[in-house]
Design a binder for this molecule. Sequence first.
Ligand SMILES: NC(=O)c1ccc[n+]([C@@H]2O[C@H](COP(=O)([O-])OP(=O)(O)OC[C@H]3O[C@@H](n4cnc5c(N)ncnc54)[C@H](OP(=O)(O)O)[C@@H]3O)[C@@H](O)[C@H]2O)c1
Length: 223
Amino acid sequence: MEQPAIGTIAVIGGTGAEGSGFAWRWAAAGLDVVLGSRSAERGAAKAAEINARLGRPAVRGADNLAAAQMADVIVLSVPYESQAGILADILPALPGKTLVTLVAPLLGEKKNRYTPPPGGAAALEAQAQAGPEVTVAAAFQNVAAHHLTDPEHAIDCDVLVCSDSRAARDIAIALAAAAGLRGIHAGVLQNAAVVEGLTALLIAINIAYKVRDAGIRITGIPA
Ligand SMILES: NC(=O)c1ccc[n+]([C@@H]2O[C@H](COP(=O)([O-])OP(=O)(O)OC[C@H]3O[C@@H](n4cnc5c(N)ncnc54)[C@H](OP(=O)(O)O)[C@@H]3O)[C@@H](O)[C@H]2O)c1
């Protein structure tokens, strides 16, 4: 299948373990990446760290709004609790663009017990806040950050991708492929509620089996 053009990717919250891990993988694959942070200095410092590892100036750092303005595809990688505030900050840069959210709501004291957020799913809340001019896809909620920056470590899981837009799902699936993962069309954005819930379930499995990166694999479809 032909891959969609991705253009520049902004990773909002790209200084965190999950966002910086994917940023590193996408930059290593040759994609143009800007790391967003609430502090331009923190964004630049994390970008410099990734560039030092890659041995080339592949990643830039900026504040979240500037990063979103530079990008064609915006990846939201912040804690659920700060999603609404950070989205409000970057909202002017979003119309006409695709927002890929990997936010997994882990509410309450026990992260291994799933509690749905008030809007049914973090991704649905993001779509409601961003409005119809922004196309939201949910992806990567079930990928543990732990091994993302280890090039020797194959990430043993699939990426379930939900969006009301086929084109947005294709973009998220291309991002998964660039990171060395198989993306799976998993239906409409409403289904993100299931995918987000699986994150708490995977944490419960991690605890039960004393591992750090239990993952989801879909069987029964062509590899
Ligand atoms: N870590 C994992 O293994 C994993 C796995 C699956 C899904 N996820 C999901 O991916 C998202 C990002 O995960 P993460 O582990 O990278 O998160 P994190 O390190 O806690 O946060 C990511 C970045 O968000 C920014 N941020 C904005 N508001 C914040 C606040 N109130 N407190 C802390 N940081 C804040 C910070 O960047 P600045 O300070 O630079 O602005 C931070 O570096 C989350 O929604 C998480 O549920 C994570």
